[in-house]
Design a protein around this ligand. Structure first.
Ligand code: PGA
Length: 245
C-alpha cells in the first residue's frame, strides 16, 4: 500500500524562528496521525532549527533543492550530504519555479535525482504542463518527456526513494486547482509510464492550489497519493486540516 504524504513546500517563506514556532504548534495537533507521512520542505536557512524542533515528533523535514556534487567550488549550492547533516530525509527536485526561474531542465533534474538516491534521500520529482501546453493538448506529451528524461537510468531498487509530484503550472499559486478528474487522468497516465515492477508502489502527489476545501475530493482519486502544498501549508491551522482531511 502507498502511504499518502502531505507535504508542505514553504518556498521562500519563514525564518528559522518562524519555522520552529510552526513545528511547536503543529506537532501536538498531529501526534496521533499514523496513516500519512507529514513532511515540511523549507528554505535551507531554516532546516537546522526545523529538524531540531521536529525531533521526537512524526514530522519529516526536507530541502527544496540540492546540487548534484557532494562538495566543491559551487558558490551558493547545497549538497545531499549537507541536507542529510541538518536532518533532512526528503528533497524536492525540479519544481516548476526552479525550471522557470533558475534554468532547471530534465537533465539537471536527473543528475539531482541520482545524487539524492546515492545519499539515500527521498526525492520528490516535480512534473507538470503550462497552460499553453494544456490548451494545445500537449499535457501527456510534456509529462512523458519529463518522466522519461528526468527519471532515466534508475535501478529497480532506486525507485523506493522516488515520489513524483504532478503540479500543473497553471494551478500553482493561482487558486485554480485541476479538477480531481483532470488530476486523476494525468496521475494514471504517469503510473503507466513507470516500470511495471514498481509502478504500483510509487507515490504520485498532486500539487497546485491544494486547500482544505478541495483536499478530500482530490485524495479520493485512486492514483492521488498525497499533496505538495504551497500557500495552504504556511499556516498551521490549514496544514492541520489538510493532514486530517
Ligand atoms: P500552491 O503551491 O499550493 O501554493 O499552489 C504548490 C507548489 O508549488 O508546490
Amino acid at each position: 500500500m502507498r502511504k499518502p504524504i502531505m507535504a508542505g513546500n514553504w518556498k521562500m517563506y519563514k525564518t528559522p524562528t518562524e519555522a520552529e514556532d510552526f513545528v511547536k504548534a503543529l506537532a501536538p495537533q498531529v501526534k496521533d496521525v499514523q496513516d500519512k507521512v507529514i513532511l515540511l520542505c523549507a528554505p535551507a536557512t531554516a532546516l537546522q532549527k526545523l529538524s531540531e524542533a521536529a525531533v521526537g515528533t512524526n514530522i519529516f523535514i526536507g530541502g527544496e533543492n540540492l546540487f548534484w556534487e557532494d562538495e566543491g567550488a559551487f558558490t551558493g549550492e547545497i549538497s545531499a550530504p549537507m541536507l542529510k547533516a541538518v536532518g533532512c530525509s526528503y528533497v524536492i527536485i525540479g519544481h516548476s519555479e526552479r525550471r522557470q526561474y533558475f534554468g532547471e531542465t530534465d537533465e539537471t533534474v536527473n543528475k539531482k535525482l541520482k545524487a539524492a538516491i546515492k545519499h539515500n534521500l527521498n526525492a520528490i520529482v516535480c512534473v507538470g504542463e503550462t497552460l499553453v501546453q494544456r490548451e494545445a493538448n500537449e499535457t501527456f506529451k510534456v509529462i512523458e518527456k519529463q518522466i522519461k528524461d528526468g527519471l532515466s537510468g534508475l535501478a529497480t531498487r532506486d525507485w523506493g526513494l522516488v515520489t513524483i509530484a504532478y503540479e500543473p503550472v497553471w494551478a500553482i499559486g493561482t487558486g485554480k486547482t485541476a479538477s480531481p478528474e483532470q488530476a486523476q487522468d494525468v496521475h494514471a497516465h504517469i503510473r503507466k509510464l513507470l516500470p511495471k515492477e514498481i509502478g504500483n508502489d510509487v507515490r504520485i502527489l498532486y500539487g497546485g492550489s491544494v486547500k482544505p476545501e478541495n483536499v478530500k475530493e482530490l485524495m479520493a482519486k485512486p492514483d492521488i497519493d498525497g499533496g505538495l502544498v504551497g500557500g495552504a501549508a504556511l499556516k498551521v491551522e490549514s496544514f492541520v486540516k489538510l493532514i486530517k482531511y
